[in-house]
Write a protein that binds this ligand. Structure first.
Ligand SMILES: [Zn+2]
Ligand SMILES: [Zn+2]
Length: 369
């Protein structure tokens, strides 16, 4: 029954199709990719795009970088050269070129480590995609459709009006937001989670590539969380519309991918792109992520959200900063000493996980409870 509810095809499907064919398991490709809905493939695209800057939904794709530069130039004009930070996390007055790309940031060791971690992540991503998205997401989606049919009978075959399409986009965004918050909270509040996620926080400067800075074992954790949540909602929508719903697109991109990519660039940029204070109580401005990356204790485990501030408010982790607040990025000095070079960022989390599992104290003063 579920196979009559096939939804729209996304570019991701073709990518995976090719990957699966190349790996010599072509005969199972149809089975794997069959029920993959538009919504699940949007997420898959977002993850896949983390490894391919050439693909259209990646925030490192040139139109997004151009848009980032245009918006930043606008901020430079509006704020008269203020609002950008140096490698020390202190706001300063810059000429336009330094404002866009301060030398102290782009020559920093941390920025080079970002690139190394990104490339390793990129190399491993196809493995995670086949394992978690090729297998897990369609399985969850298919079973969600099956459960809906079992409980409610045949699909009501609703017509996908513009209103429904917007609703579909909004629901997927809110689900992704919720999943992101809880995985992120777990990364900060469990010892093993923090050992892994410290790699993201050991960035001493922020560049758009810092967005992808994670230990390679973090990818399947984020990936499987998103895959399950969005495949469930994809299944519900595929059932309601008999597979015939797609998202509203902006610049030929799903609205979800568009917001995700643009937001992703500014979250890890040295220019504090802030919203009015009242709005930050509802929506995470990219600038709010500056405090999330700060080593100051008052900033620890704050602003964990991705899109909305709702979860941060509910769980008391919201932090609205003052204008140009000092946010020295990175870990506290004791921790940073073990998470600075590329090899340290690859090996130390594995060593710490081993110690945690054996019950040996990790000597971690910066365990952010
Ligand atoms: Zn974090
Ligand atoms: Zn970050």
């Amino acid at each position: 029954m579920a196979d009559v509810l096939l939804s729209g095809k996304g570019p991701f499907k073709e990518e995976v199709q090719q990957l699966v064919e190349e790996s010599g398991v072509a005969e199972s490709a149809e089975e794997i990719l069959g029920p993959f809905s538009d919504i699940a493939s949007s997420v898959a695209e977002a993850l896949w795009d983390a490894v391919l800057p050439s693909s259209t939904t990646n925030s490192l794709h040139w139109p997004f970088l151009v848009l980032t530069v245009i918006l930043t130039t606008g901020l430079w004009v509006i704020h008269k050269g203020r609002g950008a930070k140096g490698a020390d996390g202190l706001e300063r007055h810059y000429g336009l070129m330094e404002y866009l790309m301060p030398r102290s940031i782009y020559t920093h060791l941390s920025a080079r480590v970002d690139i190394g971690l990104y490339l390793i992540d990129r190399g491993l991503m196809p493995v995670w995609i086949v394992l978690f998205l090729g297998g897990l997401a369609p399985f969850v989606e298919q079973n969600t459709i099956g459960a809906m049919q079992w409980v409610f009978g045949a699909s009501p075959q609703l017509q996908p009006t513009t209103g429904w399409k917007l609703f579909y986009g909004a629901v997927s965004l809110l689900i992704a937001d919720m999943i992101f918050y809880f995985i992120h909270l777990m990364m900060h509040r469990t010892k093993i989670g923090w050992a892994i996620h410290k790699v993201h926080h050991s960035a001493q400067v922020l560049t758009p590539i810092t967005r992808f800075r994670e230990h390679f074992i973090a990818a399947p954790i984020w990936g499987s969380g998103f895959a399950v949540g969005l495949a469930m909602s994809g299944g519900v929508f595929a059932y309601l519309f008999n597979g015939g719903i797609t998202q509203i697109t902006v610049l030929n991109l799903g609205i979800f991918s568009f917001i995700y990519a643009l937001n992703g660039n500014f979250r890890h940029y040295h220019v504090a792109f802030r919203y009015p204070r009242w709005l930050e109580y509802w929506i995470q401005s990219p600038g709010m992520h500056h405090t999330h990356h700060s080593m100051l204790e008052k900033h620890w485990t704050t602003n964990l959200g991705l899109v909305t501030s709702i979860w941060d408010r509910i769980f008391g982790t919201l932090y609205i900063s003052e204008r140009n607040e000092h946010t020295p990025w990175g870990l506290t000095p004791e921790d940073q000493a073990e998470y600075t070079t590329l090899s340290q960022n690859l090996v130390t989390p594995l060593r710490d996980i081993y110690r945690i599992l054996r019950g040996t104290p990790t000597g971690d003063p910066n365990y952010k409870l």
